[in-house]
Design a protein around this ligand. Sequence first.
Ligand code: SF4
Length: 370
Amino acid sequence: MLSTSMSGTAGRETATALEWLPVPLLEWYHENARVLPWRSDPTPYHVWVSEIMLQQTRVAAVLGYYERFLEALPTVAELAACPEERLMKLWQGLGYYSRARNLQKAARQIVERHGGEFPTDYDNIRALAGVGDYTAGAIASIALGQAVPAVDGNVLRVVSRLTNDHRDVTRPETKAAVTEAIRKVLPVHAAGEFNQALMDLGATVCLPNGVPLCERCPAQRFCAAHREGHEMELPVKAPKPSRRVEERTVWLIFHERKVALRRRPKQGLLAGLWEYPNEPAGGGFERPISLTTEEVAAPPVPPIPGPVSFAAAGKHIFTHIEWRMKAYTVKAEGEELPPGWVWADKRELGERYPVPSAFQAFSHIVEENL
Ligand code: SF4
């Protein structure tokens, strides 16, 4: 039971906090719902695409991508048939590219298993590639009106505060207990609204970083963490393992207003995307990005012959790795490239080859040279 491992509140009080939630939360939502494009026509396809884009990404960053994606690929069938490079281009800059690949894989599953019709049964939705409990719950409740919870990090935060629950929210058993507790109070005829209201409350009032805006919260009068003064201690999360830092040398190689690109391997980080050739700079690095005296005197040897000069430094943070990069421009003496590398002009770079935002720090240098 959710109440057995609470601290600071009796079990009955905890159960009551969630039981009291639906009416004031829905009233608050009717006044304060965020206006979001996928809410104006919440078909399963629209909700699905928006939820996948929103994983690990802020709403403001998703808005433009969502509109463009749906304009280019308005149906499951068109997504299933989209050429890979076009799909990657549509996703370029959003990051976590495996999400786009899974979207397409799932679209193909829908075509193969369900004749192109988005499944309406929770288990069939949950069985699609890249769809977890939260996304399946969001689609089933918001687009199909089914009474299923949709519990993500936002909801875990709100519920752990409401119920003054000090268990580690990164543990599956905590998430399972919260999901079951929500299932019990979910209003059967307004499950989609309730789930969206919880998401909005978490995003705009019971904030993830900084002090929650309890004075604006419809749950303030029965929120156990607020009453006990524990808002800032919750949710409890086990510390994440620290990121591995990799220092890399990036080569911006130009020849006749074209830049050299190579394709990343089909598996692993940024799989299948195009990149400026780069390589580990060697060593374990924890120092700030700056050129050493040796590098100034003798820059690293480029993979293509030609004059080399330091261009810029940049870093990119992935989930488990941080790249600290030093980029060098090379004015290639000839146009011969290693197998698998290509020359891309300005148009091809813009329309054909998806280069991940990990290299964004160098885009202005590339643009100036094309
Ligand atoms: Fe969060 Fe404060 Fe509302 Fe409690 S009262 S749910 S801590 S915003």
